[in-house]
Design a protein around this ligand. Structure first.
Ligand code: ZN
Length: 322
């Protein structure tokens, strides 16, 4: 609806808006359109010539205890965020890059590895008009189930029949290390078998990367080790625009922006992860970088500001023009 200056001054605007709202509510009532499930989560934006599409795979609950967060401080932060009565939910996001005529998927969601509230990435892709056979490469930030499990189906077959799998070499080595698997807590042992199964499905079409380097035009790998040995972010740059896809630097924005030292129990190297988290947050704030995260509130793109204690997060505007 476009409002004229005359309408605004005369108050006719309010009447016009009310009429529109009324007609919408009539439609809803007449057809009984209460939602029976979430719509696919898909938001496109542009970074120069590269299109970046945020895709919502679903969400999971991560109790405060997972962050070894002192109860009183966790509750204080939740109250500040108007979340006192809510469970601690974290989304699982992936990002699709359209670089020229190539489609690059960064992470693949959790599929069925963490229960029924996840595994919606294929529907989000479909809502965006993209079929799984169109994906040219899956670029992984690390090999935890909520990032890699979506590359295979329930029978262990590749979901993306034409995609190359590009993954950090240090993660490949760690998740294939029998000694590391034997020493891991029982709850985390399936992470090893799942990661191995996914890689196996892409045998003959995987590429391992290491260090800081350009993995394709406009996409630079930035090692962010600690959460896992090969945990990697990707800096997407085109023209004078940039987006820092920092993967799992943050799992719970309410807690960890205020306390970057709070890591989840599944950080492989908690001390290194905390240092890396602080460094990534410092860099994002100092360089005024637009950031995107796999567990930031969907559509998961925003800015970081340094505060006296910890950091603040500002959601980027909805990309109205795309
Ligand atoms: Zn994750």
């Amino acid at each position: 609806m476009t409002l004229s200056r005359r309408q605004l001054l005369s108050g006719a605007a309010g009447a016009a808006m009310a009429a529109t709202a009324l007609s919408h509510s009539r439609i809803a009532t007449a057809k009984g359109t209460q939602a029976s499930g979430p719509l696919p989560g898909v938001v496109r934006r542009r970074i120069g010539d590269i299109q970046v599409t945020a895709l919502l795979d679903g969400y999971m609950e991560m109790p405060a205890g997972l962050f070894s967060a002192p109860k009183a401080e966790a509750e204080r932060l939740k109250k500040l965020a108007f979340k006192s009565s809510q469970p601690n939910l974290s989304p699982v996001n992936a990002f699709l890059l359209t670089v020229g005529d190539r489609l690059i998927l960064i992470d693949s969601g959790a599929a069925n590895s963490f229960g029924p509230t996840l595994g919606r990435l294929p529907q989000a892709l479909a809502a965006n008009g993209i079929g799984v056979e169109q994906i040219d490469a899956v670029l992984l930030t690390h090999m935890h189930p909520d990032h890699i499990a979506g590359t295979i189906d329930a029978s262990g077959q590749a979901v993306f029949p034409n995609a190359e799998m590009i993954l950090p070499e240090a993660d490949f080595r760690y998740w294939h290390d029998d000694g590391a698997m034997a020493g891991a807590p029982n709850a985390f042992k399936p992470f090893f078998s799942g990661a191995r199964q996914a890689v196996k499905a892409y045998r003959g079409r995987t590429t391992q990367i290491s260090g800081e380097k350009e993995v394709m035009a406009g996409v630079r790998a930035l090692p962010l080790h600690g959460h896992t040995p090969g945990h990697t972010g990707y800096l997407v740059t085109s023209g004078d625009e940039a987006l820092f896809i920092w993967a799992d630097i943050i799992h719970n924005a309410t807690f960890q922006l205020a306390h970057p030292e709070w890591g989840p129990t599944f950080d492989v190297d908690p001390a290194q992860a905390a240092k890396t988290r602080q460094r990534a947050l410092d860099m994002a704030a100092a360089d005024e970088l637009m950031v995107a995260g796999m567990h930031l509130p969907f559509p998961a793109v925003g800015y970081i500001e340094a505060r006296t204690e910890g950091f603040g997060y500002m959601t980027a505007d909805w990309p109205y023009h795309l």
